[in-house]
Design a binder for this molecule. Sequence first.
Ligand SMILES: CC(C)(COP(=O)(O)OP(=O)(O)OC[C@H]1O[C@@H](n2cnc3c(N)ncnc32)[C@H](O)[C@@H]1OP(=O)(O)O)[C@@H](O)C(=O)NCCC(=O)NCCS
Length: 167
Amino acid sequence: MTVLVTERLELREFTADDAEFVLRLVNEPAFLRYIGDRGVRTLDDARRYIEDGPVAGYARDGHGLMRVVRRSDGAGVGMCGVLKRDTLPDPDIGFSFLPEHWSQGYALESARAVMRHARETLRLGRIVAITTKDNEPSMRLLGKLGFRPEGIVNLGGEDLRLFASMP
Ligand SMILES: CC(C)(COP(=O)(O)OP(=O)(O)OC[C@H]1O[C@@H](n2cnc3c(N)ncnc32)[C@H](O)[C@@H]1OP(=O)(O)O)[C@@H](O)C(=O)NCCC(=O)NCCS
């Protein structure tokens, strides 16, 4: 299901058919470094990740990470969406793109659409974001989206920077 359409991109809900794309995305060096190792090594693992993560979120919360597709050629470029984690009191925005699609404004374009949708359609209030202390590209993006730093949170034993965007 397509949820959002922007000038160059389309954001649609993940399905099991996206396993190959997800397998690659979550094993990219930058994903492993800045987000973490989700233990996804096979297509079956990827299908499980999609089912237990994004797809479960759509049903439980009404939102979750979505696949970002380039409209001109249908290429999968990344994922972006608002998640609701047990470990944080507020929903948070997440994004990750394949390296060959960085620095073209795709992350900003999709994150802006996701934030607008979160406010206008999902009617979410405070939205947060977490990054590792050294994730400069992510922090630059959050700044452009109007997020403000709120200090440090410890999640699973790791100190992460917390950012927040108010309605
Ligand atoms: C975080 C991440 C999504 C940022 O991606 P990105 O491609 O740098 O972000 P954008 O799409 O906003 O692109 C920004 C750059 O594109 C440039 N750009 C080119 N064309 C553009 C356009 N049409 N519109 C806007 N910016 C454009 C901007 O000038 C900007 O350059 P800068 O980085 O030198 O400031 C990416 O680094 C990533 O996937 N990292 C791995 C996963 C990760 O860390 N996720 C976040 C966890 S908290």
